[in-house]
Design a protein around this ligand. Structure first.
Ligand SMILES: Cc1cc2nc3c(=O)[nH]c(=O)nc-3n(C[C@H](O)[C@H](O)[C@H](O)COP(=O)(O)O)c2cc1C
Length: 446
């Protein structure tokens, strides 16, 4: 089944047994996120909440939280995801958008004084969050200087019937676009697309100077159809379920936050620009989509999918047979490398290579082929039983990391750590590892 928008993706998830439909009434305050987070933690499936208290529309959560689900989204095997992402990230492979005159979200539209975003089913996710946040919208913008488009994620706190607080970190394209205008404080038009083809969701998580819609086109093998906004001069994915248009007001700031962050803590409140909504459009019977903040999908979209391709290229430059993962439980700060150990010094060289591939990678663990790198318990076993901490580790103090890394100072300076958790046969000889095969317990438990 080929996926082209959110609806065909829901059907593909259903067919693969990866969609959990929840008919029971669920509160949008904490309960919805609690359930979706548990489903993601156990990799059970994405969640379609069909009966959310006070919401006229169903809410979808957990679109892409793992390679298994991304494989359904992109129509390939989980083992092919890194390769597919690597190809789509090559600027030369970008596929241009296709302008169209009609969009699915033309079914319904309110503008001006009629806008009332309190009607939108925006959940309050984590108990530490400062309110109801839009987290699953893709922000669509345009560089007023070059005309190039851009996709990004930005947390948005609902403040009143027409206003959100719009979070914008340092060094993001949207901020650069606004600053490069003759009047950086002037209102800046944006569109928010909600309920999307997962290829667009995946592309939006990439930090690049290329229009991410071209990356989505490369992932799909055909250009994304886009339609001009009702009140803004921006090309918006035509198959989106819901579209909000408006203008960021850099000069009108207000407290926004905290929200569960990718690093696993609640961030602080920011004094952020506000976003005034000028139009809300939606398909008939739309599906509202959310991302559970500070949890698997947040990390997977922002830190794993866009980063594993380059990380693997760095590692394989040293060892063509090595495997590497950025596991979601490491919040993007951990890489695990798997090798056939030959030379005693190789694991440390590989760890150094991983640290330099992306600034976020602060901890690197190198394990042998007999360790399942997708199993945190196996990695812990290797750390516990194969590491002499004085000789098998090294640190790089004062290295550049991510500015939001909880161990770093506010400019992202912290200590990187490499751990050689491979078996040192030359140190002491043991026999084979204890291994009992997993068996079907059904017949034994009756
Ligand atoms: C789920 C998710 C939420 C994010 N939330 C924010 C946010 O609130 N503010 C922000 O500045 N960046 C946020 N980011 C990071 C960037 O918006 C995102 O990675 C984007 O691709 C930026 O790339 P660009 O500079 O090329 O536009 C988030 C990323 C993800 C995956």
């Amino acid at each position: 089944m080929s996926v082209a928008d959110l609806r065909t993706y829901l059907a593909a998830l259903d067919a693969a047994g990866q969609l959990v439909r929840i008919g029971r009434e669920v509160s949008p305050t904490h309960e919805l996120a609690d359930v979706a987070a548990s489903l993601a933690r156990n990799d059970v499936g994405a969640a379609l909440f069909e009966n959310v208290t006070g919401s006229p529309w169903p809410i979808f959560a957990g679109a892409v939280t793992s390679h298994r689900r991304a494989a359904i989204a992109l129509g390939c095997e989980p083992s092919e995801i890194v390769e597919r992402m690597g190809e789509a990230l090559e600027p030369a492979n970008g596929v241009s958008t296709v302008p169209v005159d009609t969009a699915a979200w033309h079914d319904n539209c309110v503008t001006g004084d009629e806008v009332d975003v309190s009607q939108l089913p925006v959940p309050t996710h984590s108990r530490g969050d400062g309110g109801a946040f839009i987290t699953g919208a893709v922000t669509v913008t345009k560089d007023p200087v070059s005309g190039r488009g851009n996709l990004s994620y930005n947390r948005m706190l609902r403040m009143d019937d027409r206003t959100f607080g719009f979070n914008l970190n340092e060094w993001r394209d949207v901020g650069t676009f606004m600053r490069n205008r003759p009047d950086p404080e002037a209102p800046y038009p944006v569109a928010l697309a909600i309920g999307l083809d997962p290829a667009i969701m995946i592309a939006a998580g990439v930090r690049t100077t290329v229009d991410e819609l071209l990356i989505a086109g490369a992932l799909r093998g055909q250009g994304v159809e886009v339609c001009r906004g009702v009140t803004v001069d921006i090309d918006i994915p035509a198959a989106a379920e819901i579209v909000l248009e408006g203008e960021i007001r850099p000069a009108e700031r207000a407290p926004e936050g905290p929200l569960a962050e990718f690093h696993g803590y609640h961030g602080e409140a920011w004094n952020s620009p506000t976003l005034a909504i000028t139009a809300v459009s939606w398909r008939d019977d739309p599906v509202y989509q959310t991302i559970i903040p500070g949890w698997y999908e947040h990390i997977y979209l922002g830190n794993i999918l866009p980063r594993e391709p380059l990380l693997r290229r760095f590692i394989r430059h040293l060892d063509p047979a090595a495997d590497v993962r950025i596991p979601p439980y490491g919040n993007g700060f951990l890489a695990v490398i798997q090798i056939d150990r030959d030379n005693p010094g190789t694991p440390k060289n590989l760890a150094m290579a991983a640290m330099t591939a992306h600034i976020n990678i602060r901890n690197v663990i190198v394990v042998d082929r007999d360790i399942d790198i997708d199993d945190a318990a196996e990695i812990t076993w290797a750390l516990t039983n194969r590491v002499d901490w004085a000789t098998d580790t090294f640190t790089v103090p004062g290295a550049q990391g991510h500015e939001m890394d909880p161990t770093a100072d506010t400019r992202g300076i912290s200590t990187k750590l490499g751990v050689d958790a491979t078996y040192k046969r030359e140190r002491r000889e043991y026999g084979e590892r204890v291994a009992y095969p997993a068996i079907d317990l059904g017949p034994y438990l009756t």
